[in-house]
Each structure stands twice: as structure tokens, then as C-alpha cells.
Design a protein around this ligand. Structure first.
Ligand code: FMN
Ligand code: 173
Length: 389
């Protein structure tokens, strides 16, 4: 892709190709479709949030409280949506966010997402709890395609260090450390259906193949010690003892850019920057962790102000359309991560469905910017928004 974006032409001139009849271009419709077509357990796991799902609803409502104010008679014939984030050049300020256990949705799973992202030059963040190993996902992503690794910081420090070493060797260039999920949130949909893919050994590929994890279990994982290995995974998955004093561990084991995911308070953002982190990701995990937590978009301006130019601020939780991306960028995000929409695309149409979702987002982003009078992400500032009456 050249520096001059033309995502919208691509869609209008070439059509939507192989997934045209199946998948809507209004990506807010994907969830309903997924509910009809996917197995109930897998759908509930993806769509579900914590508690009464009030925070998940608040994430969306926050976007609706902002409206774009389009400007006329500006030359928007030449557009460049490209940005550099955490050391990675990308065609637009869009990143494929980390989602674990994707094989519950479609056999294409993480490799399918990696291939779809690579085709478009969009970076993918691979989850620690991927259903294939990080090496297999890297292979699918391919030589030269941008990829980042998301760390769930294991209680077993040897496992955490080993993950970072493997991720580096497999060509992941930036590290996303998720802080808001040292335990799984209270998720009634999964609890009521007893849907826990990990207990059936899905999403543990990185652990079961890891030498440090195997050492803790007493050897390679076999049918004989599989249940014990799963219990070991449950015991070590997250570490609630972690504090800011532990951050140097990350620097000791990772020399590339690091972003902390799950930041909502400006003071936490400041501490991240003071600790030498390169970025923060404003996120409430899509409302899946603390029900009643503030909407992620409402947290964004305060974090942006606290961080200033000292680090990069990324955003997720609630991104569904190109207009949503414009609003998050206007409120100070350098890039956004898309999550549930591509999971629905994967579940509905595999790799082609993911490609559909990413193309639609890119095209709608570009068209929204162009028709609002903007030619690049740097022009998107708070002044381009008005509060909804
Ligand atoms: C099914 C599912 C699995 C997820 N797994 C991970 C994960 O492994 N690591 C992580 O950092 N975030 C994970 N997330 C959180 C997403 O990265 C992201 O923060 C969140 O989904 C954003 O909200 P949205 O999907 O409503 O936009 C997961 C989210 C979903 C829906
Ligand atoms: O479900 C999630 O949101 C998530 O982040 C997760 C946590 C542990 C294992 C798999 C996914």
C-alpha cells in the first residue's frame, strides 16, 4: 500500500468480493448475525462482558455523546492515513487487538487473522492465550508483516521471561502487557453456561509448548499429565501481587517498545511513563473485567493530557465503525485496536470475514475523514468534535 490511502476506492470499485452476500458493511450488525449463526457458547464468550454489562454499554454510549463536525471546500484529493506507532509503520491508525482462543470461532483461528491482517499491512497483536503457538502465528503472518505480542504476565516468572524471549525470536517487535486481567472478570454468560475453553485445553498452546512451563509441570505435556498441566495454567495465569515496582522485569527481558494495556486513570498513565514505558492503551477490556468501570472513551482525554508527548496513547473498547476511529483519534489516541468486530468476522466467514471487517473499517475511516475535510490523522483534534445535544 502506498502512502496515499485509497481504501474507499478499493471497496467501491472492486466490490466486496467473496464475502459480499454474507457479511454486512455496517459492522454494528455483525454481532446479531454472529448470534444467529455461531454456537451459543462461543458466541456468549466473545459477546459477553462482566456483570450486568453496564460498562460494555457505556463504552458504546460514550461514542454517541460525540459528533463529528464536517468542514467543506478543502482539498481532500490527497490523503495519507499512515502513522508510526510503537516503532511500527502502518497504513492507517488501526491495529488488530489481542483476542485469545480464536479456534472456538473458526478453524482459521489466529493464523487466519494473521494472514488477513498481513494482506492489508495492518499490525496484529497476538494474545498470550492464542489457540496456536506464537511461532505458528508468526509463520502465518509472514516475513516482514508487522506483529506485536501481548503478554499475560504469569506468576511463574520463568514462563513470562521465556514468552518474551520466544516472541522476540519469532519476530514480534512490540510488547503489549495487559494489566487489567490478572484474574478473569465475573462473566455471567460464561458462568451460566459453564463455558470455559481453557479447562478443555484451548488457548494454552504457548504454555504447553514452553520449556519453562513444562519444567513446572515436570516434563512435556502428555495425556497423562494434561489435567495437571491445565490446573498449573490456572494457578499461574495471572499474578495479583504485581506492582509498579515489578516493571523493570519487562525492560530486562524486552528491548523493544512496551505499552501497558488497561490504563484508565491519568496517574497510572503518568506512572507508566515515569517507568519508561513507550505507550499506554486506554482500555477497559471491552467491559469484560470491571462492570461499573467508566467508559474507556471517557478516560481517554485525561490520559492523553497526563502523558503529553512523553509516550504514545492507544485506545480500545467500543470501536465498531470508521466514525468511532475518527472520534478516538480526535480525543488524542494515536491509534486504535479493533477487537470484537473481527472476531465476529472470523466466526462468520473465517479469514475472508476478518479481511472484510478490516477493509470496511479502513474504507469507512478514510471516507469519513475525507468527507469531513481531513486528509491525515494529525488533523483530527478535539475541535473537530461537538458534544451531542
Ligand atoms: C473473546 C475475547 C478475548 C479477549 N482476549 C484478550 C487477550 O487474550 N488479551 C488481551 O489483552 N485482551 C483480550 N481481550 C480484550 C480485547 O483486546 C479488547 O481490549 C476488548 O475486546 C475491546 O473491547 P471491544 O471488543 O468491545 O471493542 C479479549 C476480548 C474478547 C472479546
Ligand atoms: O477473555 C478475555 O477477555 C481474556 O482476556 C482472556 C483471559 C484469559 C484467557 C483467555 C482470554
Amino acid at each position: 500500500m502506498g502512502s496515499h490511502a485509497n481504501f474507499q476506492n478499493e471497496i467501491y470499485l472492486n466490490g466486496l468480493g467473496d464475502v459480499r452476500p454474507e457479511l454486512p458493511t455496517d459492522l454494528t450488525k455483525l454481532e446479531k448475525l454472529a448470534e444467529r449463526r455461531l454456537p451459543a457458547g462461543a458466541f456468549g464468550y466473545v459477546a459477553g462482558s462482566a456483570g450486568a454489562e453496564a460498562t460494555a454499554a457505556a463504552n458504546r454510549a460514550a461514542f454517541d455523546r460525540w459528533r463529528i463536525v464536517p468542514r467543506m471546500l478543502r482539498d481532500t484529493s490527497r490523503r495519507d492515513l499512515s502513522v508510526r506507532v510503537l516503532g511500527t509503520a502502518m497504513p492507517a491508525p488501526l491495529v488488530v487487538g489481542p483476542i485469545g482462543v480464536l479456534s472456538i470461532l473458526h478453524p482459521d483461528a489466529e493464523p487466519g487473522v494473521a494472514r488477513a491482517a498481513a494482506e492489508l499491512g495492518v499490525p496484529m497483536v497476538l494474545s498470550s492465550v492464542s489457540s496456536v503457538t506464537m511461532e505458528e502465528a508468526a509463520e502465518a503472518s509472514g516475513e516482514g508483516s508487522p506483529r506485536w505480542f501481548q503478554l499475560y504476565w504469569s506468576k511463574n516468572r520463568d514462563v513470562a521471561a521465556s514468552f518474551l524471549e520466544r516472541a522476540k525470536a519469532a519476530g514480534y517487535t512490540a510488547l503489549v502487557v495487559t494489566l487489567d486481567t490478572h484474574a478473569m472478570g465475573w462473566r455471567p454468560r460464561d458462568l451460566d453456561t459453564a463455558y470455559l475453553p481453557f479447562l478443555r485445553g484451548i488457548g494454552v498452546a504457548n504454555y504447553f509448548t514452553d520449556p519453562a512451563f513444562q519444567k513446572a509441570v515436570g516434563g512435556p505435556i502428555t495425556d497423562a499429565n494434561r489435567d495437571a498441566a491445565i490446573l498449573q495454567w490456572v494457578a499461574d495465569f495471572g499474578d495479583p501481587t504485581l506492582t509498579w515496582d515489578d516493571l523493570p522485569f519487562l525492560r530486562e527481558h524486552w528491548d523493544g517498545p512496551i505499552a501497558l494495556k488497561g490504563i484508565l486513570h491519568p496517574d497510572d498513565a503518568r506512572r507508566a511513563v515515569d517507568a519508561g514505558m513507550d505507550g499506554v492503551i486506554v482500555s477497559n477490556h471491552g467491559g469484560r473485567q470491571v462492570d461499573g468501570a467508566m467508559a474507556a472513551l471517557d478516560a481517554l482525554p485525561g490520559v492523553v493530557e497526563a502523558v503529553g508527548e512523553r509516550a504514545e496513547v492507544l485506545f480500545d473498547s467500543g470501536i465498531r465503525t470508521g466514525a468511532d476511529i475518527v472520534k478516538a483519534l480526535a480525543l488524542g489516541a494515536r491509534a486504535v485496536l479493533v477487537a470484537r468486530p473481527y472476531a465476529y468476522g472470523l466466526g462468520l466467514a473465517g479469514q475472508a470475514g476478518v479481511r472484510h471487517v478490516l477493509r470496511c473499517l479502513l474504507a469507512e475511516l478514510e471516507l469519513t475523514m475525507m468527507l469531513s475535510g481531513f486528509t491525515g490523522p494529525q488533523e483530527l483534534t478535539p475541535e473537530i468534535l461537538a458534544p451531542a445535544p
